[in-house]
Design a protein around this ligand. Structure first.
Ligand code: GDP
Ligand code: MG
Length: 163
């Protein structure tokens, strides 16, 4: 069975940018239930010859399931529970924010293995964020630039044991 990677993290860290890079033209939109799955995309990914299914998630800010953000959070939780590994993305330039810590606590309480990725790490602007990310307790973050395609080999090395 094809292994599954779920990309999680707070808004604007670059999850969809990585998703698009991994999936490219093989994108499949999942839109069976309007308002529930509309921001959950999945597709067949290929990374240096490693093939897996990747899920792009949206939303972890609101836990009231009566609201759209709350339903998005339920989708995110379901995606991570069903994945072989959670790719937990933070923004190396912005550093670690309270929502990153909240997501980190939630991931630690679950059973899905976590690979921590610090995106936007091109150049030197991400060095402080990489240090801060250590405090999340998932070890060294993989330094990545989803936009510029840097760190892809390190991402491969980090994911491979889980797939
Ligand atoms: P998401 O909300 O986590 O899905 O984030 P997006 O993929 O939509 O990206 C949010 C913003 O970050 C966009 O303006 C991207 O162009 C930018 N971004 C994504 N990856 C990188 C990166 O590696 N470096 C930099 N500098 N910006 C990035
Ligand atoms: Mg997105």
């Amino acid at each position: 069975e094809t292994p599954v990677v779920a990309i999680v993290g707070r808004p604007n860290v670059g999850k969809s940018t990585l998703f698009n890079r991994l999936v490219g033209k093989r994108l499949a939109l999942v839109d069976d239930r309007p308002g529930v799955t509309r921001d959950r995309r999945e597709g067949d990914a290929s990374l240096l010859g490693l093939d897996f299914r990747v899920v792009d998630t949206a939303g972890y800010e609101e836990d009231d399931p009566q609201t759209l953000p709350g339903r998005m959070r339920q989708q995110t939780e379901a995606a991570v529970a069903g994945a072989d590994v959670a790719l937990f993305m933070v923004d190396a330039r912005a550093g670690i924010l309270p929502l990153d810590e909240e997501i980190s606590r939630w991931l630690r309480a679950g059973d899905t293995p976590v690979v921590l990725v610090a995106n936007k790490a091109e150049g030197r602007a991400g060095e402080q964020g990489l240090l801060e990310a250590l405090a999340l307790g998932f070890g060294d973050a993989v330094a990545l630039s989803a936009e510029h395609g840097e760190g892809v080999a390190d991402l491969f090395q980090a994911l491979r044991p889980h797939l």
